[in-house]
Design a protein around this ligand. Sequence first.
Ligand SMILES: Cc1cc2nc3c(=O)[nH]c(=O)nc-3n(C[C@H](O)[C@H](O)[C@H](O)COP(=O)(O)OP(=O)(O)OC[C@H]3O[C@@H](n4cnc5c(N)ncnc54)[C@H](O)[C@@H]3O)c2cc1C
Length: 412
Amino acid sequence: MDALLPEEIGAIRDTVNRFMEVEVNPVMDDFEASGTFPRDLVKKAGATGLYGSVFPESVGGTDMGYLVASVISEEMARNDVRFSACINQQSSTCPQCIYAGGTVEQVMKYVPPLLAGETIGMMSLTEPAGGSDPLGAMKTTAKRDGDVYRINGSKIFASMANETDVGVLLAKTDPDAGANGVSAFIVEPKKYPGFDARPIEMQGLSKALRTCAVFLDDFVVPAGNRLGEEGAGFKIVMRALQPGRVTVAAKALGVARACFEDAVRYANERELRGRPIGKFQMIQSEIAEMAVAIEASRALVYEAAQCMDADLPSNRIASLAKYHASQTAKMAADKAQQIFGGYGLAVEYRVSWLKSYADLFFTGEGTANVQKIVIAEDALGYKVADRHHGLTGLRDPRKDDVAKERSGTAVD
Ligand SMILES: Cc1cc2nc3c(=O)[nH]c(=O)nc-3n(C[C@H](O)[C@H](O)[C@H](O)COP(=O)(O)OP(=O)(O)OC[C@H]3O[C@@H](n4cnc5c(N)ncnc54)[C@H](O)[C@@H]3O)c2cc1C
């Protein structure tokens, strides 16, 4: 597959690998041991250009597109998936919502520092009543009070919420108006009172880059930090989630490759009955099944990214890619663990905890069932998966140069 990619993408892959091998891989266990968020490393990743591929240079991006973004996510996750946990908040969901729905002033103020890794992002949509039905589950409200909104309610699984400087949070401004009653806000929890983020203990996931429960008690958001019109928030966020799905699929692919590479190495090293276990045909069968699934996932992930780069309909292919890559990650993690025998359960070997990330990618950014619903309803003719293509009327970071083309419009 690599041989089919343009040479410059191979060079970017090398850059990511060098960055991870030099800066991240040697120190990530220390961050995990102390439970410290690697803020300086995120900044270095930003300075290396790892977060800006789908944004124009005018906002600090590298304007290289979704295929590059996918390769970066894949390679980062292959090296150390724990460090890749914040990539969507820095490079996709959070800045993309701001870019998609914000004024020029909001975009220029908040997007460049996120892409540079100077501020830490967050995208908080999910609520305790159910992530697969974010609209129906949303109980959090935002009420206008003069120059500010006061937000009350709670969020769940808000990744990096305990570290975030700038996030996007969804709340209902009109609880009776369905999707048109949801507004999106740029939130700055360190600046304003009422935001309490508590990391959740997650089995096998990073202790340094955490996902959190968030409690909002009259949390203050300046009215000028609303994204778009009141009630436009749901559309804005749905627009930003699709690219996130492709990069999550790429991360799942990275995890599958990590499992495969570890399994191959171990199968060659571990000797039983006087020969490497890789010589046993049942081990070979596992290795072969992993290799096939990985190549198939890769083809789907790259195709989804290439469709997005070509501005072709991509919702259906993104669902196929996310579903297949997360299945592949789960399967590869399971097989790698078996190949490692008892050592596959020892925390010292990463195959013991890569499985948790495979499970996360199976669930996060749209569960496997949700992807299957999109794929099947499209196939059955109930709902065309790509029906929204070109209809959102929202800004597209690939086509717009916000600094050049837009004049500022204040929210109020
Ligand atoms: C580590 C981690 C990090 C996360 N980070 C973020 C974040 O930063 N921001 C954020 O907003 N969210 C985040 N999430 C939330 C994630 O997107 C949700 O967990 C996901 O959307 C599923 O929601 P849920 O957990 O409430 O499961 P539910 O929605 O309750 O689903 C439970 C089960 O029911 C199935 N199901 C749901 N609907 C149907 C249906 N119609 N037909 C058949 N089966 C169905 C699901 O597939 C699932 O198997 C994160 C989650 C995790 C675990």
